[in-house]
Design a protein around this ligand. Structure first.
Ligand code: GUN
Length: 291
C-alpha cells in the first residue's frame, strides 16, 4: 500500500521476486526441451518452526517454477554421519543440480560439525554459495555461485536504479553468508565499502556517511532514521520475531522511511528475493549441462 507520509520509495520485494521467478520458469521450460529438469535438494534436520517455513517456501517456489524439489527430513538428533549421508546421496544423484543444508543444525551447535556437513556439498551443486571455493571466487571477482541474500540485494539495488560506482556503502554485519559476500558484490560494483560490526566505534556516525546501507545483524530496529544520510538506499536483511509475534527487520522502518530515498520492508523486501535467487542459482547449475 502506498504511504504518502514516507519520503522513501518502498521496494516491493515480492513483486520483484515474482518477475525473477517468471524468468527462471522460462529458462526451466527451455531446459525441458532438452530433457533436463533442474533439481534441488534441501536437507532439513529437526522441526525448528522458522526453518520449516523457509524450507516450505523454497520448495513451493521451486515447484511453481517447474523445478524438481525434494526435502530430506532428518530428526533433530541426527548424527553428523547421517547428515553427511544425505548430502553425499544428493551429490551423487545426476537429477540433482543444487544441494543445501538448512541452517541452523539443531543438535549441532558446534561450528566444526556444521562445517563438516556443509562442506560436504559438491562445489558444482553449492547453490547457497556457502562453500569456501564459492566465497573465494566471489572475493576474487570470478564467476561462481553467489550467496542468495546478497545476490537478491544487488538485484534490488539494480531495479531501484541506485547508483553504486564511487558511492559510499556500509554493510552492518560481517557474517560469512551475508555481510562479507555483500561487501564483495558492492566492491565489484565500484562502491567504496565499509563493513561495520558490533565493535565498530560510533556506528551511527559510520552509517550516516553511507549512500547505501545494508543491515544484516539480527538486532531488531537497530538502524534508526536518525542514523541515515537523507536519500540513502536502505536494505534490511534482518528477520527478527518479537515476543508479541511481529516480524521486524534490523531497521526501524517508521523512522528510516522518513529519511531514506529507497527502503526495503520486512517482511516482503529482501526475503522473497533470497528464494528467487536460490532458484536462479539452481537453474544456472542445471544449465551447465548444456555446455
Ligand atoms: N537458514 C537461514 N537462511 C538460510 C539460507 O539462506 N540457507 C541455508 N542453508 N540455511 C539458512
Amino acid at each position: 500500500m502506498a504511504r504518502p507520509d514516507l519520503t522513501a520509495r518502498v521496494v516491493d520485494g515480492k513483486a520483484l521476486a515474482n518477475t525473477l521467478q517468471a524468468e527462471v520458469a522460462a529458462r526451466v521450460a527451455r531446459l525441458a526441451a532438452r530433457d533436463i529438469t533442474p533439481g534441488l535438494v534441501v536437507v532439513l534436520a529437526g522441526d525448528d518452526p522458522a526453518s520449516a517455513v523457509y524450507v516450505r517456501n523454497k520448495a513451493r517456489a521451486a515447484e511453481a517454477c517447474g523445478l524438481r524439489s525434494r526435502v530430506v527430513r532428518l530428526p533433530a538428533e541426527a548424527s553428523v554421519d547421517a547428515l553427511l549421508d544425505a548430502v553425499h546421496t544428493a551429490n551423487a544423484d545426476p537429477q540433482v543440480h543444487g544441494v543445501l543444508v538448512q541452517l541452523p543444525l539443531p543438535s549441532h551447535p558446534s561450528p566444526e560439525h556444521v562445517r563438516r556437513v556443509t562442506r560436504a556439498i559438491a562445489p558444482e551443486k553449492d547453490v547457497d554459495g556457502f562453500l569456501p571455493v564459492s566465497q573465494g571466487l566471489l572475493a576474487l571477482g570470478e564467476p561462481g555461485f553467489v550467496p542468495c541474500t546478497p545476490a537478491g540485494c544487488m538485484r534490488i539495488l539494480a531495479h531501484a536504479q541506485v547508483p553504486l560506482r564511487g558511492r559510499r556503502a556500509v554493510v552492518v554485519g560481517r557474517s560469512a553468508i551475508v555481510g562479507k559476500p555483500m561487501a564483495h558484490l558492492l566492491l565489484a560494483a565500484d562502491a567504496t565499502v565499509t563493513i561495520a560490526h558490533s565493535h565498530t566505534e560510533d556506528l551511527p556516525g559510520v552509517v550516516r556517511e553511507a549512500d547505501v546501507v545494508v543491515a544484516a545483524v539480527g538486532r531488531p530496529g537497530l538502524v534508526h532514521g536518525g542514523w541515515l544520510k537523507p536519500g540513502a538506499a536502505v536494505l534490511d536483511v534482518g528477520i527478527n520475531r518479537l515476543p508479541d509475534g511481529r516480524l521486524v527487520g534490523d531497521v526501524d522502518f517508521e523512522s528510516a522511511a522518513r529519511v531514506a530515498g529507497v527502503i526495503t520492508p520486512v517482511p516482503g523486501g529482501v526475503g522473497p528475493m533470497t528464494i528467487a535467487c536460490l532458484l536462479d542459482n539452481t537453474v544456472r547449475a542445471a544449465e551447465r549441462e548444456l555446455s
